[in-house]
Write a protein that binds this ligand. Structure first.
Ligand code: AMP
Length: 371
């Protein structure tokens, strides 16, 4: 019983991976669900198709990626009716993401009623952030009443790569301090002390922090009042601006970092400035987390950009030799796992993230089978 099916449900997609232990038996993506000419009429049909195609005998669990677990879910949780309602209550905090996960959970419970369904939350890993790192300085009653605090996201990725980094360094994870930089379409930084998250750059929602593909990352919240009052922009339009038309899309007109980077290397000033803003923000968070952690063993890049872009890695951490941080250009160009010179006080690493594998192992833990 070591097989685990991992499902990542989007509003019109279903990404899946079937594991036997750490081995991937099958993976794929059902797309444009519910759209004309799409792969399936609804998530139910998509899952039924998977059940026909995949050998699900001996399935120990289905692990579902759920973006927002709020304050309640600090660990992966076997799903029952009460858990479903609690995830539903969190929809206002993740209006784009939690409804899709709920659809996937409901369909899987119906079609695989004898298999435990486990919700694995993007927020859980960050539940160890101490109050001084999770609270903003606003009226405490308002914050408590409305659940306003830093939850953080990409938790499965930060957990996995921080542990992998400890393994690369040959140190126990419980004694290793790592700054993890997850740079993909979404991007976030985390400070991990001895395997526990103590700071992260995303917040109530996945909007703040680093510059992303289409999300702004940190802004002065007053710009919302300013645009609303002075420009007459409705709140929904400002939300759309900050979540879909900002980040690299806003600065350089393109959310794909690889093409912005190509333009930058060809001398395009708009793309160059966008990359500079992007790297400067990474640097600010890195410096901040050096101070939060006090002692840092490694800085680890991951995500589509972090795993592949030597330019971003080199620019983001350039000139920090006095802090014990340097990058070996050849190791960096070869995308090696450890890209700092031997003997660096702080290692710099590039570690491919494995969010699905982490979800599978969290699902096994939740049902009490670590195999
Ligand atoms: P993810 O969300 O983790 O799949 O990451 C997607 C982002 O990674 C996109 O912005 C891609 O342009 C970027 N990316 C992928 N490969 C590279 C590369 N070789 N160089 C720069 N960016 C890349």
């Amino acid at each position: 019983m070591s097989r685990v099916l991992v499902l990542n449900s989007g509003s019109s997609s279903l990404r899946y991976r079937l594991f036997d232990g750490a081995e991937v038996l099958a993976k794929g993506l059902v797309q444009r669900i519910g759209e004309s000419g799409g792969d399936a009429a609804d998530h139910g049909e998509a899952l039924r198709r998977l059940m026909d195609e995949l050998d699900l005998t001996g399935l120990a669990a289905v692990g579902h990626r759920v973006v927002h677990g709020g304050e309640r879910f600090t660990t992966a949780t076997v799903v029952d009716d009460a858990v479903l309602s609690a995830i539903e209550e969190l929809i206002p905090l993740a209006p784009l993401h939690n409804p899709a996960a709920l659809t996937g959970l409901r369909v899987a419970r119906r079609l695989l009623p004898d298999v435990p369904q486990v919700a694995v939350f993007d927020t859980s890993f960050h539940s160890t952030i101490p109050p001084e790192g999770a609270l903003w300085a606003i009226d405490r009653e308002v914050a408590a009443k409305w659940g306003i605090r830093r939850y953080g996201f990409h938790g499965t990725s930060h957990a996995y790569v921080s542990r992998e980094t400890a393994r690369l360094l040959g140190k126990p994870a419980g004694e290793t301090n790592v700054i993890t930089l997850h740079l993909g379409n979404g991007a976030s930084a985390a400070a991990v002390r001895g395997g526990r998250s103590v700071a992260t750059s995303m917040g109530l929602t996945p909007l703040p922090g680093l510059v992303m593909g289409t999300r702004s990352g940190d802004v002065d919240p007053s710009l919302i009042f300013h645009l609303h009052r002075e420009a007459g922009m409705p709140i929904d339009e400002i939300e759309d601006l900050l979540t879909r038309r900002s980040g690299m899309a806003g600065l350089a007109g393109d959310n794909d970092l690889r093409s912005v980077e190509e333009r930058c290397l060809a001398g395009d000033p708009e793309a160059t400035l966008a990359i500079d803003v992007y790297c400067r923000r990474i640097r600010e968070y890195t410096g901040s987390y050096l101070a939060v952690l006090g002692r840092v063993d490694a800085i680890t890049f991951t995500g589509g950009v972090g795993e592949n872009s030597r330019t971003i890695r080199a620019r983001a951490l350039a000139g920090l030799e006095a802090l014990g941080i340097s990058i070996d250009p050849e190791r960096n160009a070869r995308n090696e796992r450890v890209i700092s010179p031997d003997g660096s006080p702080i290692a710099v690493c590039a570690v491919p993230t494995e969010e699905e594998l982490e979800i599978a192992s969290e699902a096994r833990k939740a049902i009490g089978s670590e195999g």
